[in-house]
Design a protein around this ligand. Structure first.
Ligand SMILES: [Zn+2]
Length: 314
């Protein structure tokens, strides 16, 4: 039994290639039409048929106009807007604060399903970056998702390494993804960065480096005897135990909407209902969301629009 058993859907739209958003495709029937951007399609199971979504634009899917825009979160990642029921907006994972990935202003919507991964957390990215920079006086290894914050952290670490005269190595997969970003139309990345990206791609990896940015391959402290592991995102239960034991460190690098940005997005969309996604509602969090969103807060798992039924995870 999987999530895809007895699934009655016309099509599946994928926002981006992180495992918690694309991993379930392996269980999806082959005959269900699948839509994603070309860069995201690289992460699909081999030979899985797919239809292209634009990085920024519109197309008709099963008679519904679907509009996409840059979500500010990852290489090839988009938000989705469906022109049905007064407009339904799905942010996928989204962020306003990326130094590399732009966030496009979406069209108005009546219902918004928004990335609430951070709950009511609202710390600005400048604070996070400052906190990480204060730890750069020791050999550090950063395991990161290779299509997401890896790319912007690579640029930032290169600046910091130059400023402090530290040596740096960046995983070849992350370099390839930066090259893929550079190959996209310039409007799909923040302006004035192309020169920095080219310099980074031309830079040799130090061996051994003081600072190491690598793709997250479930690295353990034992695999890095000469570096301290600094995590910047979600921690698995194993890693939470490592953190509690002082074996690793953690400092968030913002890659999701923080609370005030989620509210700003809801305001901008002009929505009447907001469903916070990817979060659990403890009593405290529920109170916080009610304070932030008022009557717009929606915690139902299912509701219908004029023409279609909408189901979503909460
Ligand atoms: Zn993601």
């Amino acid at each position: 039994m999987t999530w895809a058993n007895n699934l009655d859907v016309d099509a599946v739209l994928i926002s981006h290639d992180h495992i918690d958003h694309i991993g379930g495709v392996a269980e999806l029937a082959e005959d269900v039409p699948l839509y994603c951007t070309p860069l995201v399609a690289k992460a699909l199971p081999p030979n899985r048929a797919w239809h292209p979504l634009p990085e920024r634009g519109s197309l008709a899917v099963e008679g519904i106009i679907v509009t996409t825009g840059q979500a500010g979160h990852s290489l090839g990642g988009v938000w989705l807007h469906l022109a049905v029921g007064g407009g339904i907006f799905y942010s996928g994972d989204a962020c306003f604060e990326s130094r590399l990935f732009p966030f496009d202003t979406p069209p108005p919507a009546r219902i918004a399903l928004l990335d609430a991964s951070y709950g009511s957390y609202d710390q600005p990215q400048a604070y996070c970056v400052q906190a990480i920079s204060e730890r750069l006086d020791q050999p550090l290894a950063f395991p990161v998702p290779e299509t997401g914050r890896a790319l912007e952290m690579a640029l930032w670490l290169a600046e910091e390494a130059d400023r402090r005269q530290l040596t740096l190595a960046i995983d070849p997969v992350i370099r390839d993804n930066l090259a893929a970003l550079l190959a996209l139309p310039a409007t799909l990345r923040r302006p004035v960065l192309d020169h920095s990206i080219r310099l980074l791609l031309a830079r040799q990896n130090a061996c051994p480096p003081t600072l190491q940015l690598m793709c997250d391959r479930n690295d353990t402290p034992a695999q890095w005897p000469n570096h301290h592991l600094l995590h910047t995102g979600y921690l698995t239960p194993d890693r939470r135990a490592q953190l509690a034991a002082g074996e690793i460190s953690w400092q968030r690098w913002n890659v999701h909407l923080r609370a005030s940005h989620l509210v700003a997005l809801a305001d901008q969309l002009g929505v009447t209902q907001v469903v916070p996604l990817f979060t659990r509602f403890s009593d405290n969090e529920l109170n916080a969301w009610q304070g932030l969103l008022g009557d717009r807060l929606c915690t139902a798992q299912r509701f219908s629009t004029h023409s279609r039924l909408v189901t979503f995870p909460v």
